[in-house]
Structure formats: C-alpha cells, structure tokens
Design a protein around this ligand. Structure first.
Ligand code: SAM
Length: 239
C-alpha cells in the first residue's frame, strides 16, 4: 500500500527528513529552472577534485556534482535520507559517490582530505553555534587552497516569494542571525533567483504546500498559483 501523507507538516522539516524522505526528494527534484551560470559546477572547477557534501540528504546536491568531480562523499545524519541516497546512487549507476553518517559540526573525515566542502541548504541549528563550528570543521577537512561553499535561503525569502504568507517565526528570527554568522566567519555572499515550476495546482499543494503549511495552501488555491520564485544566497570562502 502507498504511504499515507498528511496535507501538510507545517514547516516540520525534521519530520519530513525522518518520515517522508521521498517527499523531500520530490521537492528537491521538481521543476527548478536554474540559470546555468548559477549551477555550482559552472561557478567552480570540480574536474579531478575531491568533494565533501555535508547535509547531503537524499543525494540531490551530491548527484548534481557527481558528473563534474572526481569523487564525492556525502555526509548526512538522518538515516532515512542516507538510505534513499544510497538506493538512488545504485539505481542511477553513479559510482563516484559514497554516503556516510555525520554532521556539519562533526565531519568524520581526516584533515586536509578534500578540495571542496559543500553544504547545500544544510540545516545549521542553532545558527550562532552551528555555523562557526561547521566553518572550523570544513577548514580542517579542506586542503589549503580549497573552497567551502554553503547555499542558503536569502533572508526574507523563506519558502521563496511566499515568505510574507508563510511568516515562519523561526526563519524570521534566525535568518538574520545565520547571515551574520556566515559573514563573521569570513564568507563572501552572492544572491541569485530561480523559478520552480510545479506544473499543476495539485502538485504544488502536495509538495510545496505539504512542507510550508495551510497559509501557503490557501494562498496557492486562491491565486491558482503553480510556480514559486526563490532567492538563494551562496556563502563562499577560500581556505
Ligand atoms: C534541505 S536538506 C538538503 C539536502 C541536500 N543537500 C539537497 O540539496 O537536496 C537539509 C539536510 O540537512 C540535514 N541535516 C540536519 N541536521 C544536520 C547537521 N547537523 N549536519 C548536517 N546535516 C544536517 C537534514 O537531515 C537534511 O538531509
């Protein structure tokens, strides 16, 4: 029998990572209209490089880079997400990736063992503790001359353009704290916007609405909205 899904988990991301990893994977895979210049593999040269992708989740960020890099190790604490990533790598025949248990604050890899450390929308909570800890761990794991890259949501863009509808209290309070912590740790920033096209109202409600809650669902229904504009922020540091 197919798994039963509630209409929404009302911003309970940890619940989704643990209980609905396929739903996260659908969200991460669906309808993103990236401009090519904002793709990580076009911003940096990964050819022949070792990458550690922290918070690799269901593997989306790792698989995006896999054709462009020598080898990628995904580090992910949530077992259901890791298991899905391992299964997907097997199904897709991607052999230059491996997924291990670990966190951004405690990366279980040796010093100077990687050219890049990436963390793509990885959970950093609480930000004022997690971000400096991750920065120190990533600097330890990256070789001299290496690069650390974090992708987060631009403050004020939680859930993309519907930030004002969702009004997530955690994001309102913590996004500015996160942004300040990255800058304090010596990261430079760059913003970019992209469109996510879900195609139908049913699909956007069952994926985006499932994550972002009733206010978002009511707004989508009322405005018959099937696309979301997002703004992301790259945080980048050379070691
Ligand atoms: C939004 S997902 C991003 C997944 C993947 N990077 C992608 O692009 O699809 C955030 C991930 O961060 C993971 N996470 C939560 N706490 C973490 C921590 N302390 N260190 C590393 N990852 C963590 C979650 O389990 C989840 O898989």
């Amino acid at each position: 029998m197919d798994k039963e899904y509630p209409l929404t988990i009302e911003n309970g991301w940890d619940i989704m990572y643990r209980d609905y990893p396929e739903k996260y994977d659908e969200f991460a895979s669906l309808g993103w209209r990236h401009r090519e210049e904002n793709q990580l593999y076009n911003m940096f040269d990964f050819r022949g490089k070792q990458v550690v992708d922290v918070g690799s989740g269901s593997g989306k960020s790792t698989f995006n880079l896999a054709p462009h890099a020598e080898y990628i190790i995904g580090v992910e604490p949530e077992k259901s997400m890791r298991d899905l990533a391992i299964k997907k790598a097997e199904e897709m025949g991607i052999v230059n990736v491996r997924f291990i248990e670990g966190t951004a604050q405690d990366i279980p890899l040796p010093d100077d063992s990687s050219d890049y450390v990436t963390a793509i929308t990885t959970v950093m909570m609480p930000p004022e503790e997690a971000i400096p800890r991750f920065a120190a761990e990533a600097e330890r794991v990256a070789r001299p001359g290496g690069t650390i890259i974090y992708k987060g949501v631009t403050p004020g863009w939680y859930g993309g353009e519907l930030d004002h509808v969702i009004q997530d209290q955690w994001a309102i309070e913590n996004d500015p704290i996160s942004d300040a912590a990255w800058r304090m740790a010596g990261f430079r920033v760059e913003d970019y916007q992209i469109l996510q096209d879900y195609g139908t109202l049913d699909k956007i409600i069952s994926v985006y609405g499932f994550i972002f809650g009733m206010n978002a669902i009511e707004y989508l229904r009322e405005h018959k909205k099937t696309t979301i504009t997002w703004s992301y922020r790259w945080y980048i540091k050379r070691v």
